[in-house]
Design a protein around this ligand. Structure first.
Ligand code: ADP
Ligand code: MG
Length: 374
């Protein structure tokens, strides 16, 4: 399907601008973006496309090829957070946060698996944001666009996500992971050139679809914020693991254990950068497995499917494996020798069948480019 042809069929005019934005995997640094932490994601090669043209109807007309052919119509004057068909809130939230008040025709098409923990939501927001930035000559920088699209998800959709997904969808670079400092949005590109080492980054989609908006995300975020308040520090990144542990008695168990995840996770990201710069994939693998253990035992956002995927990957030669994204479902990653990929896939599929889980889906990806006009 050609999105420009499809657009013309639907709206009887040609798109004025078309942009793509990728989903992401996060190598390490999970649930610390909203705590001013460091994260280390990369952009997938799979993208969401947004084709857009102005109309003079004073109405947003929007459709997604990933849904049925319905065109949703929202008068520009009625744009208001937390209203309208749920999926349209992501793109319309971006129109709202950019302050655009003219009629638009929009067609969305996504190759990023939806609800699989690979951030189809940020891909959608960033494709629309990149297209609008160009169409209205807004000249927003990538960090400004990241903040605007995050605001769309936070306020218009009502999902209190951090800044990671939008940042990497906009700023990803081929062959590199993005070390993002979520405090000031400064970035460094860290080589993640696994091909010459005969390694694969396998993504395992458990096909368990999470519901982040209703999930325990906000609750866990609140626990970490409570720890910051109790400890009287500006951010959990300002405290060493040792100092944090020494103050355990000041916090209730839930607050402590959730914030412990964050404090140790921030250290894991910095340790990972050292390992990757040295091309020490064994150490890097061990760190990401520790990340999974912390998400499972401390932050408690894993689920049986994710734990089985990780366990079987590790039992079959994986250097490191962990759940990624929001948790409670979605995807896991495994860094493994290319020669082990088929075996790992087969064994995970067998174990899922034995447990009566839905069949998982697999793909591999290398770090790819961020959002762009096409
Ligand atoms: P993830 O970001 O991990 O894929 P989310 O729950 O954050 O999962 O976002 C998924 C939601 O984003 C979907 O339920 C839907 O509302 C919206 N969405 C993403 N891509 C599309 C698309 N191409 N068409 C329609 N809605 C989409
Ligand atoms: Mg999302």
């Amino acid at each position: 399907m050609d999105i420009k042809t499809e657009f013309e069929k639907l709206f009887d005019q040609k798109p004025e601008v078309t942009a793509v934005a990728p989903g992401r995997v996060n190598l390490v640094g999970e649930h610390v973006d909203f705590l001013d932490g460091f994260v280390l994601p990369f952009a997938l090669k799979d993208v969401t496309t947004a084709a857009i043209a102005k109309n003079d109807l004073g109405v947003i007309r929007i459709s997604s090829t990933n849904r049925d052919e319905t065109i949703f119509e929202i008068p520009v004057a009625k744009i208001e957070p937390l209203t309208g068909e749920p999926w349209t809130r992501y793109p319309i939230g971006v129109i709202w946060s950019l302050g655009i008040k003219v009629g638009l025709d929009i067609l969305i098409d996504s190759k990023v698996p939806i609800g699989a923990g690979l951030s189809s939501s940020a891909a959608l927001e960033c494709a629309v944001g990149t297209a609008l930035n160009s169409l209205f000559n807004l000249e927003l920088s990538l960090p400004q666009l990241a903040l605007a699209t995050q605001k769309a998800e936070n306020v218009y959709v009502g999902m209190p996500c951090g800044i990671m997904d939008q940042s990497v969808s906009l700023m990803g670079v081929e062959g590199q992971a993005l070390l993002l400092d979520c405090r000031d949005l400064s970035t460094q590109h860290i080589p993640f050139d696994i091909e010459p080492h005969d390694l694969d980054l396998l993504v395992i989609d458990t096909q368990v679809h999470h519901a982040l908006v209703d999930g325990g995300y906000a609750e866990r975020r609140a626990s970490c914020e409570k720890a910051i308040e109790i400890l009287g520090i500006p951010s959990l990144r300002e405290i060493s693991v040792e100092d944090f542990v020494a103050q355990k008695s000041k916090m209730d168990e839930t607050t402590y254990i959730r914030a412990f995840h964050a404090v140790t996770e921030m250290r894991r990201v910095l340790d990972s950068v050292v390992a990757l710069r040295a091309e020490d994939f064994t150490t890097f693998g061990r760190i990401i497995t520790e990340c999974h253990q912390s998400l499972r035992d401390n932050y408690t956002i894993s689920c049986p499917e994710l734990d089985v995927a990780v366990e079987i990957a590790l039992a079959n030669g994986s250097l490191g494996s962990r759940l990624i994204g929001g948790g409670y479902g979605g995807s896991a990653i495994s860094l493994n020798k290319k020669s082990d990929t088929e075996k790992i896939k087969n064994e995970i599929s067998k174990a899922f069948a034995a447990h009566g889980f839905k069949a998982p889906r697999f793909f591999t990806s290398l770090p790819s480019s961020g959002a762009r006009l096409i």
